[in-house]
Design a protein around this ligand. Structure first.
Ligand code: HEC
Length: 708
């Protein structure tokens, strides 16, 4: 009997597939952020037998975007309210949960793991010699990072203050008025935890310094000023006093690490405010840069600035992926950076020099008084962009003749001139590729075996415009327009589900809760800790009744800018579908040695359009791919069809798909325990239009009858 089963297993899996157990110990799979696995048990021939093995329902909902990590036999993840938990990665059995007492909201993309590497020689708690290693997971909640015992989930008291550090401290500004959150895990190098974080995107905002903390004590070891201070290189690319008030320039999507060279690669976002830079004229180093920093000291080795004086929130949306490439017969350690604007940049890892020629293309100028836009932008000559670059009247939706007619009429009213057209006052400009890319935080997958890069991309136009601020007034309405309308809309209706309506907010929140919410923020909302009580009271009154009460003296600080952004809006047709031509999302396979596309396919569907025969619409997608030596590309990400798919990585053929309880706005992982390969993903529906959603982890494997 046993013999028969063993033979059956050998028939299903070639012997070579019986590799050792493998984990997924860091966000992105490895320090190089390849999102690649050498596992081959699940392959092109058997992936259709993939079935759910366990599911862990957190019982919460939210747009958490988490990729769990697996160390040994344990999986570590977050719930949508940012409780950290550990479970058995083979069974889904819960081991512990850590609740900080603070309800987190929104993105929290993964935990970080560290172990001392050797067994401490001291006595254990029971007086016996301890044989336990010091194993920690670092969990972010709100503005804090906690160090937790990986075995128990208990905070480690000697780390920071009672087990946590405060990212709002040590920025050279009043900690009480800072808003910093670690929405993506960063890197651990030796005994250092190197982090960035999310900060506000309109002024006032915290500076997005890159910092390294001691993993044992939580002590701050070094800081790299992403906004240089007097005497530091790059200071000259800003107005003299801007460093005191400006903010942003933060590394929010995580970092890559070259362990051998001791180099950490930190991508940065734009300076605040995103869309008007009259107070930050100049190139604004080190905004929109890739920074190569000495992991031990934080010293800058090189930088590459992708966008000078950004006026369109062209943050680097993901950490780079470290790759090794054969170029003209030479093997080069390089890195690849995907961008929101649809470009793939390939740089030498040692020097930051591009491996393919990059051209400087004229950019349309701004017409906003007080603004000076950069006259050019950078575009790699190869590979070609994975997202369309220019929206014209011929590039509009063909979903129905009516939708096309509507889009043409609208388009005639819009400004559209390529990916770097600055916004203007009183008229909408197309942002295309959109605010969410091109590429997003899911990052690409790099196939170390074949040299192919896989990138999923959005093809969505957004609209944006500026309005003059009433800088001479300080009332409930003027504060609302300046600080809140960009997300919640001038009409207070928001843009659900991403940005909630604030109508009736007085009935949902007590004044204390409202004040707490506004000062602290949560999810994509930054905190506004600088708003005084009178401002909060006037805001609350304005939201409740429209009353426009005075709130102290007008703000005469340089953060009270002359112009504000009027709000984030996707350009959708009257039925709610993208107003641009299909496909609305793509999946791309690019051979980086040649820059050529191996394949490119529409990615994602709208079930109701598919039912009418429109299958290849593509759709918005958030969360990256996973590529395996088994010949597969796994990806969830599509926000309307709730699918989790496996493609043949060689040709893009769909080999397997399953419908998840919610869309997986997250990147999958794979790991192997006791000779069985698992593929797991977090599904939350956080970006679904319905606003329902949940928080479920699912793990898949080949059916056990075929593995045992
Ligand atoms: C950058 C975008 C952004 C800005 C600017 C912003 N918010 Fe928000 N706000 C959000 C998002 C996103 C949420 C939902 C967070 C969540 O719960 O996921 C939210 C939620 C809220 C809520 C809770 C609503 C509810 O029903 O749960 C309140 C109240 C609120 N915001 C008030 C404000 C006020 C007042 C301002 C200006 C001082 C402001 N916001 C500025 C993005 C923003």
């Amino acid at each position: 009997m046993k013999l028969v089963l063993a033979l059956a297993a050998m028939l299903v899996f070639p012997l070579a597939a019986r590799t050792a157990d493998a984990d997924w110990p860091v966000y992105g799979g490895d320090a190089a952020k390849t999102r690649h696995s050498a596992l081959t048990q699940i392959d092109r021939s058997n992936v259709k037998l993939l079935a759910p093995v366990w599911r862990y329902d957190t019982g919460e909902k939210g747009d958490t975007q988490t990729q769990p990590i697996v160390v040994g036999r344990t999986l570590f993840g977050y719930t949508p309210a940012h409780k950290a938990f550990a479970l058995e990665a083979a069974t889904g059995k819960l081991l512990w949960t850590f609740d900080s007492g603070i309800a987190g909201v929104g993105a929290n993309r993964g935990l970080m793991y560290w172990s001392s590497g050797k067994v401490p020689s001291g006595k254990g708690p029971s007086g016996t010699a301890s044989t336990r290693r010091d194993r920690r997971v670092f969990a972010a909640v709100d503005r804090f990072v906690y160090a937790l015992d990986a075995d128990t989930g208990k905070p480690i008291a000697e780390f920071g203050a009672q087990g946590r550090i405060d990212l709002g401290a040590d920025l050279g500004r009043d900690p009480a008025t800072q808003s910093v959150r670690l929405t993506s895990p960063c890197v651990i190098w030796h005994d250092l935890m190197i982090v960035g974080g999310r900060v506000g995107e309109s002024l006032p905002a915290s500076p997005g310094f890159v910092r390294a903390y001691d993993v044992r004590s939580g002590a701050l070891r070094w800081t790299f000023h992403t906004i240089p201070q007097p005497g530091e290189a790059g200071y000259e690319t800003w107005p003299k006093y801007a460093w005191k008030h400006t903010g942003g320039v933060n590394s929010w999507p995580g970092m890559a690490l070259d362990e051998k060279r001791g180099l950490v690669f930190a991508p940065t976002g734009s300076a605040a405010s995103d869309f008007f830079g009259g107070d930050r004229l100049g190139d604004d180093l080190y905004a929109n840069c890739l920074l190569a920093l000495d992991a031990a000291t934080g010293r800058l080795r090189w930088h590459f600035q992708f966008v000078k004086h950004d006026l369109l929130d062209r943050d680097l949306p993901t950490a780079p992926t470290l790759i090794t490439l054969k170029v003209q017969g030479k093997t080069v350690d390089a890195l690849v950076q995907t961008t929101k604007q649809g470009f793939v940049f390939v740089l030498d890892r040692e020097t930051g020099k591009p491996l393919f020629p990059i051209e400087e293309v004229p950019a349309p100028p701004t017409d906003v008084p007080g603004e000076i836009s950069n006259p050019t932008y950078l575009r790699p000559t190869t590979p070609a962009p994975y997202a369309r670059q220019r929206l014209t009247a011929d590039e509009l939706t063909g979903r129905t003749p009516d939708a096309n007619r509507w889009a043409r009429e609208q388009f005639a009213q819009l400004r559209s001139d390529g990916p770097f057209k600055p916004l203007t006052v009183g008229q909408d400009t197309t942002i295309y590729p959109g605010f969410d890319g091109g590429a997003e935080w899911g990052g690409p997958a790099w196939d170390v075996d074949t040299g192919v890069l896989y990138v999923n991309s959005n093809e969505m136009s957004w609209l944006g415009s500026l309005a003059a601020n009433d800088t001479g007034r300080s009332t409930g309405k003027s504060i609302y327009l300046r600080d809140c309308a960009a997300c919640h809309g001038e009409n207070r209706l928001g843009s659900p589900p991403q940005f909630p309506s604030l109508v009736g907010v007085d009935k949902r929140f007590t004044p204390q809760e409202f004040s707490q919410r506004v000062r602290h923020g949560g999810g994509r909302m930054p905190g506004f800790p600088q708003l005084q009580d009178d401002a909060i009271t006037a805001l609350a009154a304005y939201l409740a009744t429209g009353a426009d009460l005075p709130a102290g003296k007008p703000d005469d600080s340089p953060t009270n800018l002359a112009y504000r952004f009027t709000g984030y809006r996707r350009w959708l047709d009257p039925q709610g579908y993208p107003a641009v031509a299909m496909p609305w999302g793509t999946l791309n396979a690019i051979d980086l040695a040649t820059g050529r596309y191996v394949w490119k396919i529409p990615f994602g569907a709208f079930p109701e359009l598919a039912a009418q025969g429109m299958h290849d619409t593509g759709s918005e997608n958030y969360g990256g791919p996973l590529v395996t030596a088994g010949g597969l590309l796994f990806i969830g990400a599509t926000i309307h069809d709730r699918k989790f798919r496996a493609f043949d990585k060689h040709n893009g053929e769909l080999l397997w798909e399953t419908t998840l309880p919610f869309s997986a706005d997250a990147t999958p992982i794979t790991y192997m325990i006791d000779g069985r390969q698992y593929v797991a993903i977090f599904a939350s529906g956080g970006k679904e239009r319905t606003g329902s959603g949940g928080g479920v982890y699912l793990s898949f494997a080949l059916s056990s009858s075929s593995t045992h």
